[in-house]
Structure formats: C-alpha cells, structure tokens
Write a protein that binds this ligand. Sequence first.
Ligand code: COA
Length: 180
Amino acid sequence: MVITRDNAGNFRIRKAVQADLPVLVDFLARLALHVAGEPPHTLKKEERKRLMATLRSSLSDPGKLLVVAEAGDARLVGMGYLYVWRNQGIWEQSGDIECKSGIIDDVWVEPNFRKLGVSSAILRELVAFAESQGIDELILEYAASNKEAAATWSKLGFKPTGVRAAAFTTVVQSALAKRR
Ligand SMILES: CC(C)(COP(=O)(O)OP(=O)(O)OC[C@H]1O[C@@H](n2cnc3c(N)ncnc32)[C@H](O)[C@@H]1OP(=O)(O)O)[C@@H](O)C(=O)NCCC(=O)NCCS
C-alpha cells in the first residue's frame, strides 16, 4: 500500500524511552550510510554498544531531548534530537551573558513515511523544548549532497550560514608539500 497523508494514520511524537533504543540505533546506522551514500552494512557490535550508551545517557539529561515518531500500529517511523549548547560571550562588553543554542541532530524518517509531515512534527517538539530552555537559535548540519535535507530545512526556515570542509590528512599533506 502506498502511504499518503490520508492513510498514514495518526502518528504521534513522544519522548524516546529505553525500549526504543535498539530501533533508534538502526535508524542512526542507516542515517550514517545515507549521508555517506554507501550501501547497507552491519554495524559492529562495539559501535552498536557505543551508540546505545550515547542514546541512553541522553534520555536522562535535562539539556537534551530525544523524540520518536510512532505510527498508529506502534511502529517507530522517525526520530530527532536536540541538545542545548552553552557558550559564554567572549567580549568584555557582553558581561556574564550566557549564549545558548539548540543543536539539532539525528533526524531520520523511514522512507515510506517521508513527505507526510513527520519531520515537521518532530521539529515542532524540538522547538518547543528549545523555547522552554530559553533558546532562540537553532543550528543543524547536513551534507551538501543531501538534497532532501536541504529542501526540508529550507522549507522549515533554515538558511546555510557556512561551509564545513573536510579532507584526508594525506591530501592536505600533499598539498602542503607542493607549497614548499
Ligand atoms: C530529510 C527528512 C528528515 C525529511 O523528513 P519528512 O518527514 O519527509 O519531511 P516533511 O514531510 O515534514 O517535509 C517538510 C517540508 O520539506 C519538503 N520536503 C521533504 N522532503 C523533500 C524532498 N525530498 N524534496 C523536496 N522537498 C522535500 C516537504 O515537501 C515539506 O514541505 P511542504 O509541506 O511545503 O510540501 C527525510 O527525508 C529523511 O529522513 N531523510 C534521510 C535522513 C536525512 O537526510 N536526515 C537529515 C539529516 S540532516
């Protein structure tokens, strides 16, 4: 059956609980492969353990919110995460003002449930949490090649503000060697 806005059922967004974590680890693994543009792999046992521990610790951290989207049949169909990032103003004039931003990460919606408003609903919860924490700036990153993320975030009001560049050490070393 093709899933549409009309028959998607009443998915709901709720705070993640311990029992959700194995599915969320799978979502994270698929998100990483999606961003890297790689075919499915099996996660190493150690990596699965590390991700489980990271997610578990975020469940009880008051500065973090991990939410899931749950379909009518109780299946998890999406996830999203926001944590509070605190930094002090660096100028004398800024006094003791603490700046807080909300970092959004790990947003995944199952392929059959995309373009149905699931990530918008996830964002609604994350933004409400950010507001409750006194945050008025949200930050997220996506790969330049991730067209669906670019389209989604732009629809939701995000504008690119910088470029994150990456290189293998060996590539930089060889570029530097040519400059001697
Ligand atoms: C990016 C992603 C989270 C979007 O989730 P979603 O639930 O499909 O998004 P929504 O349905 O809430 O869509 C929000 C808006 O973005 C638009 N949009 C979503 N996907 C789009 C796409 N592939 N192309 C163009 N527009 C798109 C929607 O049309 C909607 O706008 P509209 O209501 O005006 O039509 C989902 O595609 C996904 O999980 N992708 C793989 C993982 C990923 O890339 N995560 C983001 C990492 S930063």
